[in-house]
Ligand binder design. Structure first.
Ligand code: GLA
Length: 381
């Protein structure tokens, strides 16, 4: 992919690029909506990525060539948001980097991606981090990796209006081939990496239900978590985030808050507990028990956080009936998008076919599946 991207840059702009940067999409394996509650997530980078080749040019107009077509971006017009235009992410990123002191000039770029769009694999974080790493090299921007993740989060929070956490950018940066990373979003670091269990694969099944977090209830869910936190802090002043709350503490505050806020917090607190338990099970090689946690996570999303939908529920219910699957759950923001399935590698292809057939019967819709490789994080070639 990256060589093809460099070749395409050369064919369009007549010279080799000064830099080629690549940033992958991610999968949230366990730990749903815990990131902005300073909690834990088990995630991976995938072997599908966004690639940006780039060279600096004079003036203020950037030319970006993608899929055989040119589009431009004027550095004098970075603040206009255009609905549905991918350049919003680039505008937002340049603004975030300028806030952090970067001096960014114009450039030519070739853009390509193998991360499915709007599906829950964080194509937007891959785009932000690929452009970020290309800009970093050309314009000598010095930021720590957590600050790169924060710059990407700033794009979502300040330009796109999505109050997301750090998971997507963080996983795109820190992912490690064939491993799961245990992320701590209080200290913003990888606590440990755990190998993907030998003989097991991640199957991604896309509901093909449109997934647009900006217009979803994502921000409302985050607000609910904050409401629950405020109520808990009255009883437990030492608590700084839902990360500090355990199930017993939450239970003791049940009557002090709105029942909906309590359900949202219940999901988050349960997810943090499941992540830590999950890591131990993976390290002990107990894949079946780990898979059961994936199913439990999905149930909690469905019943407590209410960020599932009929189609996601269908995929997870079918998973329970098919041979070779240890566990499955919705992955990412929810409200549509993808589910992940932990499947025995030698059964994975047949599993995908069976899943699609049953999904069509149950919902009348056509799912897309892929057996997803686990790749390394963002890098400059
Ligand atoms: C989206 C957000 C992340 C995270 C997940 C849910 O992917 O961008 O920050 O909150 O949803 O875990």
């Amino acid at each position: 992919m990256s060589n093809a991207n460099i070749e395409a840059f050369k064919a369009r702009f007549g010279a080799l690029p000064a830099v080629c940067a690549i940033a992958p999409g991610r999968l949230e394996v366990l730990g749903n909506h815990t990131d902005y509650n300073e909690g834990f997530v088990l995630s991976t980078a995938v072997d599908r990525a966004t690639t940006v080749s780039m060279s600096p040019v004079e003036g203020t107009v950037c030319t970006i060539h993608e899929n055989g077509k040119d589009c431009t971006l004027d550095l004098n017009d970075l603040t206009t948001y255009v609905k549905g235009d991918w350049r919003n992410y680039l505008k937002g990123l340049i603004l975030e980097l300028q806030k952090r002191g970067a001096k960014i000039g114009a450039f030519n770029a070739e853009l390509s991606s193998t991360v499915p769009l709007s599906a829950g694999m964080s194509s937007s974080a891959a785009l932000e981090m690929a452009f970020g790493f290309a800009l970093k090299t050309i314009f000598k921007i010095e930021l720590s990796l957590p600050d790169w993740a924060r710059a990407g989060q700033g794009v979502e929070n300040n330009f796109m209006g999505l109050k997301s956490g750090l998971l997507d950018q963080f996983s795109s940066l820190y992912g490690k081939k064939d491993s799961l990373i245990l992320c701590d979003f209080r200290t913003v670091e990888v606590l440990k990496t755990v190998s993907m269990p030998a003989g097991w694969s991640m199957v991604v099944a896309n509901t093909m239900v449109k997934h647009n977090l900006v217009e979803s209830d994502y921000n409302l869910r985050r607000q609910s978590c904050e409401n629950a936190l405020a109520a808990i802090q009255k009883k437990y002043p030492a608590v700084k985030a839902l990360r500090d709350v355990d199930s017993a503490m939450l239970e003791s505050c049940k009557d002090d808050m709105d029942i909906t806020d309590w359900k949202r917090a219940k999901h988050v607190v349960g997810e943090d507990e499941r992540v830590m338990q999950g890591v131990k099970l993976l390290e002990a090689g107990d894949i079946r028990a780990f898979g059961a946690l994936l199913f439990a996570s999905h149930e909690s999303s469905r019943d407590m956080f209410e960020n599932s939908c009929t189609e996601l529920d269908a995929l997870v219910e079918i998973a329970k009936t098919l041979p070779g699957c240890a566990g499955a759950r919705l992955s990412g923001g929810g409200f549509g998008g993808i589910s992940i399935h932990l499947v025995e590698s030698d059964q994975a292809e047949q599993y995908c076919e069976r899943l699609k057939t049953a999904y069509k019967t149950m919902t009348g819709k056509v799912a897309e599946t892929l057996i997803c490789g686990i790749g390394d994080g963002a890098r400059v070639l």
